[in-house]
Ligand binder design. Sequence first.
Ligand SMILES: Cc1cc2nc3c(=O)[nH]c(=O)nc-3n(C[C@H](O)[C@H](O)[C@H](O)COP(=O)(O)OP(=O)(O)OC[C@H]3O[C@@H](n4cnc5c(N)ncnc54)[C@H](O)[C@@H]3O)c2cc1C
Length: 320
Amino acid sequence: MKAFQYATAHSFDSARELVADNGMYLAGGNDTLGLLKEYLVSPNILVNIKSLPGLDKIERGSDSWKIGALVTVAQIENDPQIAKTFPGLQQAAAEVGSQQIRNVASVGGNLAQHSRCWYFRHRDTLCMKKGGDLCYARHGENRYHSLFTGNTCISPVVSNLATAFAALDAKAIVLRDGKETPMTMAKLYQGAWENPQSHNSLKPGDLIVRVEIPTARTSSAFIQMSDKQAFDWALVSCAAAANLSGGKLNSPRVAVGCISPVPWQVEAANQFLDGKELTDDVASQAADMILKGAEPHEHNGYKIPMAHALIRRTLLKLKG
Ligand SMILES: Cc1cc2nc3c(=O)[nH]c(=O)nc-3n(C[C@H](O)[C@H](O)[C@H](O)COP(=O)(O)OP(=O)(O)OC[C@H]3O[C@@H](n4cnc5c(N)ncnc54)[C@H](O)[C@@H]3O)c2cc1C
């Protein structure tokens, strides 16, 4: 790894000033240390943000909850009130990596983690994410990659929390140029959809300070499938959230992870589900709509039936 400076920020202004255009924020360090050791990033300074005030808090309001960017994935997993209010979020947290990873992984770091594409992670491969002009995965080993893409790079978003937050219609609050900017999950990852070099829409210096989750949807669920039961990212994940009254869905939202650079959501499917009784057939029709137009590559066609089954099962899980 290349030499870098290290500083601890005690205020939001100093964090921003220190990180400037060529530094990186350091939260739990799970992703950052790997990137540094593999020479995938070479910031001139790492700015420790764990000392910033208030970011490790969960505030529980009646209309929305605020989850600070430094709250750990393990805190979300183990909080009984989160399990009651946002079960889909708790289930998504419980599936992240391993216990050791969840103990230190932060909400902000989970959302801002970089691509897991093995070509990007190979330090000697100059893929599009690193400024090259080829997506090696597109015509190479692409079993973990996207079914929907907005540009030539086919690396998908793999954050479990992003998928769960998308179904709950949560917003990341990003401190940009001193102002709080709310971003839906679609907006937070739009940058990766548009630009092969981006992992998300964050600009240098942007700091996720918290995530705000509306309490409007009282049922939620998350299911993922992975190669391994632990210590692994999902091949495909799915989150759903809605209100259920008299067996009918109200304001439903479905998001699918690991099949696109953004948590994949299809508004027409949400509208189709709205007001419908939740049956296997209805869930299956919604899955058809969500996966319509999927473009599999040589090795990832299996993701289509897998995602279809997960969408159906996650929706049916809303019934409890
Ligand atoms: C073996 C393994 C398995 C894993 N499995 C899963 C999985 O199944 N699902 C899943 O979702 N994740 C998984 N992960 C990823 C893990 O959850 C993330 O690496 C972790 O959440 C990152 O959090 P951190 O606090 O350690 O971030 P850091 O490593 O500190 O930061 C990660 C990135 O986010 C930036 N950053 C950190 N905080 C902020 C902030 N507040 N605002 C703006 N930028 C910020 C950093 O600059 C850096 O670019 C796995 C990781 C490993 C190593």
